[in-house]
Write a protein that binds this ligand. Structure first.
Ligand SMILES: Nc1ncnc2c1ncn2[C@@H]1O[C@H](COP(=O)(O)OP(=O)(O)OP(=O)(O)O)[C@@H](O)[C@H]1O
Ligand SMILES: [Mg+2]
Length: 248
């Protein structure tokens, strides 16, 4: 029997309502269909502004899903992110679904070490063990030791990005979303992240990522999905909708 996919996305749609512009509705993606596979890295491709990050944010529960379903395998159950209760979503984020956003959300006065250790502490790991694991990751990611005990608000873009990556990779989530995790990194650290992704694949994690760098894509992508295929019909070049909303 074929194993159930860790994440099945069917007919997902999203539009934004611009309240400051008289409620103008801007459709972003329609009929998004794909599924993830354990141990594989699926990459979302397509031009800037096409809706790649919006898809990740919908799947992580940051953006409301307008239509369609996103079924995640959470332990023995399958949960639809499109209609999940907030408390369940938090449980899914804790145990099943990891996310490395494009930018680190810094918390005033909390050190880089504690920001990255936090998800482990939530899983009952002692602070001592958690800090050891964080230090290993920081060393791997070449984050200078003098920064470890400082809050990352003043770190450079690449340093913040490495803290963010460490936080997303430190736990053993079976599904991991990555929004341009290598965008601000130099060649050496990009290679480190590529190796960390390879390791996650070997551990059976299903990854969904956005990478603009062609070399990185070539080395890690098992499947590339062109998000332009999900552009709303009324903004696809050469097509328009009539007043009934039917594609003409
Ligand atoms: N919260 C929001 N409110 C209104 N519009 C939004 C919001 N988030 C995204 N958009 C719009 O949705 C579209 C898709 O944005 P998104 O960030 O998903 O693109 P992207 O494919 O990730 O682009 P990039 O490669 O530049 O990161 C853009 O036109 C953007 O302006
Ligand atoms: Mg984006």
């Amino acid at each position: 029997m074929r194993a159930v996919s860790p994440f099945i996305i069917s007919n997902l749609s999203k539009s934004f309502t611009m309240h400051l512009r008289g409620g103008l509705i801007i459709p972003v993606v329609e009929r998004v269909n794909f599924s993830l596979e354990a141990g594989k890295c699926t990459v979302l491709g397509g031009p800037s502004g096409i809706g790649k990050s919006s898809i990740l944010k919908m799947l992580y529960g940051n953006y409301k899903i307008d239509a369609g379903s996103a079924l995640i395998k959470h332990g023995q159950e399958q949960v639809n992110i499109a209609c999940v209760e907030p408390r369940k979503m938090l449980e899914i984020r804790k145990k099943t679904l990891g996310y490395v956003s494009q930018f680190l959300q810094t918390v005033p006065r909390i050190s880089a070490l504690d920001i990255v250790a936090e998800p482990l502490l939530q899983h009952g790991v002692t602070q001592k063990t958690a800090h050891e694991r964080v230090k290993e990751l920081f060393t791997l990611l070449n984050l200078p030791e003098k920064l470890w005990h400082l809050p990352p608000a003043t770190f450079s873009g690449g340093e913040q990005q490495r803290v963010n990556i460490a936080r997303g990779f430190i736990t053993a989530h079976p599904v991991l979303l990555l929004d341009e995790p290598t965008a601000s990194l130099d060649t050496k650290n990009r290679q480190v992240v590529v190796e960390m992704i390879e390791k996650k694949k070997q551990e059976g994690v299903a990854l969904l990522g956005i990478f603009h760098d062609e070399d990185i894509r070539q080395s890690i992508a098992d499947k590339i999905i062109d998000v332009s295929d999900f552009a709303p019909l009324d903004i696809v070049k050469g097509r328009s909708k009539n007043e009934d909303g039917q594609a003409a």
